[in-house]
Design a protein around this ligand. Structure first.
Ligand code: BG6
Length: 257
């Protein structure tokens, strides 16, 4: 029975990769919407996938969110012997819990792997004016250079409205997000169901156009409720992206096909 289940899930993984137009998908059983523990399983699967990519020196850039938080905890279980690990937040701080910020997540990741981390203590959303000034700041500029030189990107994907609320988005942007039917969010970009960018937070961190330059990109997001968000983001995501998700999201995505 177990063998058949394993073969079954591999088939679904292949189908899902094809459907989303990406290199690889890893699906953990269950639905994290219904059972929060499944998010930890996504974390573990993501950590194992990362482990397989590691070389002697690894610079890894990471976004925030609860899923990345689970990945951070799971990194305790991987083998990093003889490996140098540097974690860099891909973004500044978003609203919500401190533990969900990219800065905190990188700190936990470094702790759990005996590595080091950088911090980026700037708000995620800044005015264009402040952005120009901040970019001249050496410490920020160094971090940005390090982000761009990273080998691996680890990131979450969120539902548009949930993320807009978490970010305490102003009324004007909120109206834009609603009016233009944003369903998904990643890296501060909001996508409609066709994958068009309908809104973008002006940020200091990683920009979407930087993405194709990275060697490896792993996205971790699960739960039936995130199906539309995952689909919308993947419409234009780099083909090399590896998605780590759960059955809840996978089934819902494939249902619509
Ligand atoms: C955020 C990322 O912090 O986490 C977002 O910057 C992402 O791009 C979000 O959408 C996902 O959060 P969660 O808690 O659903 O994993």
């Amino acid at each position: 029975v177990l063998m058949r289940e394993i073969i079954g899930i591999h088939k679904v993984e292949q189908q899902l990769s094809e459907c989303l137009g990406i290199a690889e998908t890893i699906i953990v059983p269950g639905d994290s919407d219904k059972m929060p523990l499944i998010k930890d399983e996504i974390g573990k699967a993501c950590a194992r996938r990362l482990e397989a990519l590691l070389v002697e020196k690894n610079t890894i850039t990471v976004t925030g969110g609860t899923t990345m938080g689970s990945v951070a905890n799971a990194l305790m279980e991987i083998n990093v012997e003889g490996k140098e690990m540097i974690f860099v937040p891909a973004r500044g701080g978003v609203g919500g819990k401190v533990s969900d910020q990219a800065n905190s997540i990188c700190a936990v990741m470094a702790d759990n792997t005996g590595g080091t981390h950088r911090v980026m203590y700037v708000p995620d959303e800044v005015s264009d004016e402040l952005r120009t000034i901040l970019l001249k700041e050496p410490s920020i500029n160094n971090t940005l250079t390090l982000i761009r030189s990273a080998d691996i990107v680890l990131h979450g994907i969120g539902e548009a409205m949930k993320m807009a609320e978490r970010r305490n988005t102003d009324e004007e942007s909120m109206n834009k997000i609603i009016k233009r039917h944003a369903v998904g969010e990643a890296f501060g970009y909001y996508f409609d169901s066709d994958g068009n960018i309908v809104h973008k937070v002006s940020t200091i961190g990683l920009q979407l156009e930087d993405l194709p330059h990275f060697k490896y990109i792993i996205a971790a997001a699960g739960g039936k409720s995130k199906a539309t968000a995952i689909k919308s983001y993947m419409k234009n995501a780099p083909r090399s992206t590896v998605l780590v998700t759960d059955e809840g999201a996978a089934k819902e995505i494939l249902k619509g096909e």
